[in-house]
Ligand binder design. Structure first.
Ligand code: ZN
Ligand code: ZN
Length: 339
């Protein structure tokens, strides 16, 4: 049985109290004034009003409350997971826009699918030479942005965002693994055309994370780049649904890097604002949206700073290995055939 959480006294008010206000503040067992709530489900709305006067009354109520308590805990973990995923998705899109590495020359739309003309015959002296402004002006429709932004970028999410995934999801999950897919089932395809006009077959390779939530709150696919296959829904999809509807064949491992500037920016933003991720993802929607925007700004500044340093190092002719935009990072378990 969970402990109690002591509620703050409500601020005094001159307005007459309604019956429900009154009912909120008495013990569910004995109807005497009560200021304690169950710590197991305290931060959810569903059972937040279940008050107790004492440990004895909470114990008496436990048989009746325990199923609701468990359910509330699961809902709570899921809600936090979905919000952490929104933060991650926004960071990813800002990162990808800043570090877009394709020189797109034309985008056509045929039968709902995209044909992407790319000048892939480029020569680079340093890693940042490959960066190009995102081609907003070439999009057939603004809604095609995510498909183009995420095209062939799934490896980058796993390569560069592992550390921030760890930061955002470690308190919510018991296990995070990388999953590689050789044959993704698409809703929409993007056909790349190279500089000579040769059509290449659209990629069906894909990669994502599989996250097992705490408290048996479910197993989810965390897929930031599904839009390149026309999967435009939220990045968090129950694993069984994802597996049944999207995975044709499992794939093989990838190279892994990290982009520490992102993790530093997120941690820095949290400490500058004297808050924790935990508190941030529980905020009311407008405040949460503001925080997401703040985090994305911090990440953008961090990426720009990293690029500036990379350029300076390049000018000083420091070795190429130091120029690499990312660093090697801690190993994450990979899962392939074991789908
Ligand atoms: Zn009581
Ligand atoms: Zn409870």
């Amino acid at each position: 049985m969970p402990d109690f959480t002591h509620q703050m006294n409500p601020s005094p008010t001159t307005a007459p109290r309604s019956n429900s206000d009154f009912a909120d503040r008495v013990c569910v067992k004995c109807s005497t004034p009560a200021s304690l709530t169950c710590s197991g489900c305290k931060s959810t709305t569903t059972d937040a009003n279940r008050r107790y006067c004492s440990a004895a009354c909470q114990r008496d109520d436990w048989d009746e409350h325990k199923m609701d308590c468990k359910h509330a805990k699961v809902k709570n973990i899921q809600a936090r997971f979905f919000r952490a995923a929104i933060i991650l998705e926004n960071i990813w899109e800002a990162y990808r826009e800043k570090l877009f590495d394709k020189l797109i020359t034309k985008i056509e739309k045929k039968d709902g699918s995209l044909v992407l003309h790319e000048n892939d015959d480029r020569w680079f002296n340093s890693p940042y030479d490959m960066l190009e402004p995102f081609p907003f002006h070439l999009l057939p429709e603004p809604s095609d942005k995510l498909a183009v932004l995420n095209f062939m970028a799934c490896g980058d999410t796993l390569a560069y965002l592992n550390d921030v995934v760890e930061l955002l999801f470690r308190d919510l999950s018991t296990k995070i693994v990388e999953v590689a897919i050789n044959d993704m089932i698409p809703k929409m395809t993007i056909t790349p055309v190279d500089v000579r006009g040769d059509i290449r077959s659209p990629t069906r390779r894909h990669a994502l994370w599989k996250v097992t939530l705490k408290n048996c709150a479910g197993i989810y696919a965390l897929d930031l780049t599904g839009a390149q296959f026309g999967h435009m829904d939220a990045p968090t999809i129950p694993w069984d649904i994802y597996r049944a509807s999207r995975i044709g064949r499992a794939g093989s491992p990838f190279q892994r890097r990290a982009f520490p500037a992102i993790t530093h920016a997120v941690s820095g933003w949290l400490s500058d604002n004297n808050t924790t991720l935990w508190d941030t993802i529980q905020l009311p929607q407008p405040m949460f949206d503001k925080c997401v925007a703040g985090i994305v700004d911090a990440v953008t500044v961090g990426i720009e700073e990293r690029l500036r340093i990379a350029r300076e190092l390049d000018e000083q002719s420091i070795s190429r290995t130091k120029l690499s935009l990312g660093n090697n990072c801690s190993e994450l378990v990979q899962e392939h055939a074991a789908l």
